[in-house]
Design a protein around this ligand. Sequence first.
Ligand SMILES: Nc1ncnc2c1ncn2[C@@H]1O[C@H](COP(=O)(O)OP(=O)(O)O)[C@@H](O)[C@H]1O
Ligand SMILES: [Mg+2]
Length: 264
Amino acid sequence: MIHIVPKPTDTPDDNSTAMVEREIRALGGACRSLDLDGIDPFENDLDNELIWACGLKQDEHQFEVLQALSIGNTVVNSPLSIFTCASKVMTSALLVRHGIATPRTLFSASRDTAEKFLDEQGRAVIKPVYGYDGNGIFLIDSPDRLGNPPYYLQEYVPNDRDFRVFVINGEAVGAIMRVSDTLAHNIHQGGTGMPCEISPEMQEIAGAAARAVGVDYGGVDLLSYGDSYCVLEVNGTPNWHCMAAPIPRLLAGYLLEKERSLRK
Ligand SMILES: Nc1ncnc2c1ncn2[C@@H]1O[C@H](COP(=O)(O)OP(=O)(O)O)[C@@H](O)[C@H]1O
Ligand SMILES: [Mg+2]
């Protein structure tokens, strides 16, 4: 039995959780919905079970409960990796540590240091540390727009599109390019997604990024960078909008395999 935490943003027309549930059942597996808001994190009947978090509310409760459940169960993605992906700082630190190409990045509480970085770069992308869906991301060229500390500032990489690569178990299985007239090409910011080929360079860097942050599967955001790519971030609860690859089936297969490995 796979215990599934449904994606809070599911709608009847766009239901990621149901798409994977259907495939799990089609492959002969069993699954049921897990209500993190209702379960007692200290006393419950889950033991050595596989829990899949399709999504998670960004509140103060769900993540903690999931973490508590990970003590006696296997959670995909692991709460630690979901948290790592949510933090742009932890993600950058791991990318740098693993020697994975990523735009030059500054994280500092010092206004002087931030102004110096901006001055050296001429312009820079500023992002909220726990941002998502392209929210709160700006290209700035003046210290007046730095706002309040801490400052997460990044080298601006000129582009007209970005790439979202879906990785399962270290392997890129699907990719789209996203195009828009704005800085952030996220679908939620009005970007248009189109399936694209997975080049060998894309395969290598996206797989390496997913391994570096420790996810079983994830959505890796890339920009063209020199003659290859750089990594912006990895999403630990990604959707697969606009992907041509059969992601729900591939995810279902991966989860069932993982569940089988618990029973060995
Ligand atoms: N350093 C950068 N240079 C140019 N564009 C960027 C840069 N960082 C982010 N972007 C644009 O903003 C989008 C969102 O950035 P990202 O780091 O993925 O944050 P989010 O978690 O909000 O998706 C990217 O997909 C890309 O289109
Ligand atoms: Mg992104």
